[in-house]
Design a protein around this ligand. Structure first.
Ligand code: PMP
Length: 507
């Protein structure tokens, strides 16, 4: 049985019993999903949706090998890790084999947030320092310690949101950031910003415990760090006695294709001190892990405080984790990520020739961003247009999201079984939507100065956005755009004819 309640009953019960800050996608007209397979999800009427955003269902929704592994172990035993069990050590061995040699010690936990919280503890215990350097617009998790180091969240608190032990570095964004693609060495320039933060912290008597960053920023707008950035940052942070934490919660496990971990794209001469992972690790089963060096693990142990986690590393989770690794290999999903990702990027690049709304296409493997702009020269974020595309795609049973500080970056991070046919299908639909949008607004390609939205532009400040987000604009003078500032909060574009739900979709 897939559906017990009517959709309306589900909505009503949810309103009654679920905390109001737990939002659904497309709040005005939410989708009820009752089953899923591969890269497709099905609603209560058996309508099929193409899932372009689910980086949790990494090897495909409900993959039979993963399901079988879980059931088989559940039938036999599930318990905590205080007993010896082969699954735990076998999984730790398999997982660490995907890393450079020095990253050899695992702590199993249950969510990305737990992993990052533990990473902070490891860093602080090892270094004896407290302060954290984080990237602007970063999101690292929902627990108190991580809200503190997630500008994506604490910016919403306005003045006073940033704690004094937190130092915010500019994201190494060569499209929209301070140093761009025409800079001779943007990696070094962005790393220099981190060095300056370290020096400023020292002047105030603060000491750096860690620099934390996603290996490629996801919520931050699909930012791919320039070559050499991580190496230089690691050097500065190590000189300051801190450690480098790479958050691979969204981008790990072969999503980038060429490498198993996205940090490895920076080159073999870069190895983080701590790596955190989550989402794809269990293909939907809640599990996570922190991997670190023996030296850091020993220092953590030396505190004398035992680390115990009731569910972390239980035999079922480890069986699931092993099955996910098997499927990635057996189905050559990294190769698929390269092949399909390249094809998707090529199709999108063709669209860029055609549509002035597309400012930038960036990505690696099946982690791809399409940066929509009103003006190519000024790179003005086309926020309302991105939300419009997301909404229109949903009407055509395609699930895509828009993210980044301006919520104007269309974000692809599908299950790794995504196909060339899926890519063609979604890009054709984007083409249709952009064509209609540009027709309505009179935009032309090849005129860098021409605003995509010329008439009836209304401007208003994005509420409570303290991070330099420019005025937002909306399509249609009679409408208004309300910037949703919370990760996972809904925002809406109201126009004459309809209210477009502008939910920031993130899984
Ligand atoms: N780090 C990153 C980069 C994330 O995107 C997320 C979740 N979106 C987390 C950490 C937190 O993971 P979880 O929701 O599993 O706690």
């Amino acid at each position: 049985m897939t559906e017990v309640l009517s959709k309306q009953q589900t909505i009503e019960l949810r309103k009654k019993h679920i905390g109001p800050s737990c939002k659904v996608f497309f709040a005005k007209d939410p989708i009820k999903i009752v089953r899923a397979k591969g890269q497709y999800m099905y609603d209560e009427n058996n309508e099929r949706y193409l899932d372009c955003i689910n980086n949790v269902a990494h090897v495909g929704h409900s993959h039979p090998d993963v399901v079988k592994a879980a059931v088989k172990q559940m039938e036999l035993l599930n318990t905590n890790s205080r007993f010896l069990h082969d699954n735990l050590v076998q999984y730790a061995q398999r997982l660490t084999a995907t890393f450079p040699e020095q990253l050899a010690v695992c702590y199993f936990v249950n969510s990305g947030s737990e992993a990052n919280d533990l990473a902070l503890r490891l860093a602080r215990q090892f270094t004896g320092h407290h302060d954290i350097i984080t990237l602007d617009h970063a999101y690292h998790g929902h627990v108190t310690s991580l809200i503190d180091i997630s500008p994506y969240k604490f910016h919403q608190l306005g003045e006073g949101g940033q704690k004094e032990f937190v130092h915010v570095a500019p994201p190494p964004d060569i499209y929209r950031g301070k140093y761009r693609e025409n800079h001779p060495d943007p990696g070094a320039a962005y790393a220099e910003e981190v060095q300056t933060l370290i020096q400023e912290a020292h002047k105030k008597g603060h000491q750096i415990a860690a620099f934390i960053a996603e290996s490629m920023q996801s919520c931050g707008g699909q930012v791919i760090p320039p070559a050499g950035y991580f190496q230089k940052v690691a050097q500065y942070v190590h000189n300051a006695g801190g450690v480098f934490i790479a958050d691979e919660v969204q981008v790990g496990f072969g999503r980038v294709g060429e490498k198993f971990w996205a940090f490895q794209l920076q080159g073999e001469d870069f190895v983080p001190d701590i790596v955190t992972m989550g989402k794809p690790i269990g293909n939907g089963h809640p599990m996570s892990c922190v991997v670190t060096t023996r030296e850091i693990a020993e220092a953590f142990g030396a505190s004398g405080m035992e680390y115990f986690n009731t569910f972390g590393g239980n035999p079922v989770s480890c069986a699931v984790g092993l099955a996910v690794l098997d499927v990635i290999e057996k189905e050559d999903l990294r190769e698929n990520a390269i092949r399909v990702g390249n094809y998707l990027m090529d199709l999108l690049k063709e669209q860029k020739e055609k549509h002035p709304l597309i400012g930038d296409i960036r990505g690696v493997g099946l982690f791809v961003g399409v940066d929509l702009v009103k003006n190519r020269e000024r790179r003005t974020p086309a926020t309302a247009e991105a939300q419009h595309v997301v909404h229109q795609l949903k009407e055509q049973n395609i699930l895509l999201s828009a993210d980044g500080p301006h919520k104007n970056v269309l974000k692809f991070k599908p299950p790794l079984c995504f196909s060339v046919e899926d890519s063609k299908f979604v890009v054709d639909k984007i083409d249709e939507i952009l064509t209609a949008l540009e027709k309505a607004t009179g935009a032309r390609v090849g005129n860098g100065n021409k605003e995509v939205v010329e008439n009836g532009v209304c401007k208003r400040k994005a509420p409570r956005h303290s991070n330099g987000v420019p005025e937002q604009e909306c399509v249609n003078g009679t409408g208004s755009y309300f910037a949703g500032t919370a990760c996972g909060q809904e925002s809406a574009c109201h126009t004459d004819n309809h209210v477009v739900s502008c939910k920031r979709i993130r899984t």
